[in-house]
Design a protein around this ligand. Structure first.
Ligand code: GDP
Ligand code: MN
Length: 303
């Protein structure tokens, strides 16, 4: 049969600007998903960036839990894509991993054990990279990494983050809970992977074996890094920026050029860092800096 003519794209025409709605810039929202939470989907639906500019990409493990999550996700996708035009996304891709996750339970206590971190985060890196390299399009301006357990963000998340015009930008990931003492709603920091480096951590790195990694948020490994989790001070100062050396991936906006340059999630120790923290380091080596917004909060599910 006849083959279609060559499609030409000039990447210089793909704009990446602080006003992406005005400039009709395409965004790719990427989510590795081990469990499906309705709160994630409801929040996603409420994002007020034009849905016809949003492509969605998911990757799920081929486990029993992953099968259940895939079915639940598929049901929501079908409902949305057949629903009102305004709600429909531009495209949706659901992928299943072609490799097995390490045998670590998805329950919080088990997955956060220090001895499980290296294998777990290496596997997460591979999932993120597979998803990224199969979905990034020639006309993608932005990539928003959004974990499947982020259940609350401002609806203007994309516009708010993009307005800062930064190569990598990350809000502060918190968790709501009920204070057992007062019985009142409260919140606490959740993600400790967004940080500014410290002399202690650099010295630790200098004395490590080539395959060793530094992990954040473990008492046994005090790094004395400055954690963005603890920098939140004024609710109404959401625009305040800090520079970062490591970033978490619970919610992370990246200019697609950074990924097109080759920055990915190292599944191996890269300067003794892996996954999202290694990604920030790799981006930095490519000349792109990372920024955090300590007072701009998004919320993680409370298991
Ligand atoms: P934590 O919040 O740091 O404990 O990390 P999570 O366990 O929440 O993992 C981060 C993101 O990756 C979440 O969106 C998970 O649903 C997802 N996830 C966790 N494990 C896997 C896995 O083995 N494969 C895939 N594809 N996604 C996973
Ligand atoms: Mn999580």
């Amino acid at each position: 049969g006849e083959r279609p003519p060559v499609r030409r794209f000039n990447l210089n025409n793909v704009t990446i600007t602080p006003d992406p709605v005005q400039n009709r810039e395409a965004i790719l929202i990427l989510t590795p998903m081990a469990r499906f939470y309705q709160g994630y989907w409801d929040n996603l639906m409420k994002l007020d960036y034009p849905h016809d500019l949003i492509s969605l990409g998911f990757i799920l493990p081929k486990t029993k839990e992953g099968n259940a999550a895939t079915a639940a996700l598929q049901a929501q996708v079908t409902k949305t894509q057949k629903g009102p035009l305004n709600n429909r996304f531009r495209s949706v891709v659901i992928e299943r991993q072609d490799f097995d996750p390490p045998i670590v339970s998805q329950d919080e206590g088990e997955r956060h054990k220090m001895e499980n971190q290296k294998a777990r985060r290496a596997s997460m890196s591979r999932a993120r990279n597979s998803l990224l390299f199969t979905t990034l399009g020639v006309d993608t301006s932005w990539v928003l990494w959004l974990d499947a357990d982020i259940i609350e963000t401002p609806p203007s998340l994309i516009q708010d983050l993009a307005a800062h015009d930064k190569p990598l930008i990350v809000p502060n990931c918190y968790q709501r809970y009920t204070d057992p003492e007062t019985g009142k709603p409260a919140e606490r920091p959740y993600d400790f992977n967004s940080w500014q480096d410290s002399p202690t951590a650099q010295e630790m790195a200098a004395n490590m074996g080539p395959d060793d990694i530094i992990l954040e948020g473990y008492r046994e490994m005090a790094t004395y890094r400055s954690l963005m989790a603890y920098m939140a001070d004024q609710e109404d100062e959401r625009h305040v920026e800090v520079s970062l050396d490591g970033v978490g991936g619970t919610a992370l906006l990246v200019k697609a050029d950074v990924h097109r340059d080759g920055a990915m999630f190292p599944p191996f120790p890269f300067y003794h860092l892996i996954e999202t923290e290694g990604f920030a380091k790799m981006a930095k080596r490519l000349g792109w800096s990372a920024t955090g917004l300590p007072n701009y909060k998004v919320y993680h599910y409370n298991e």
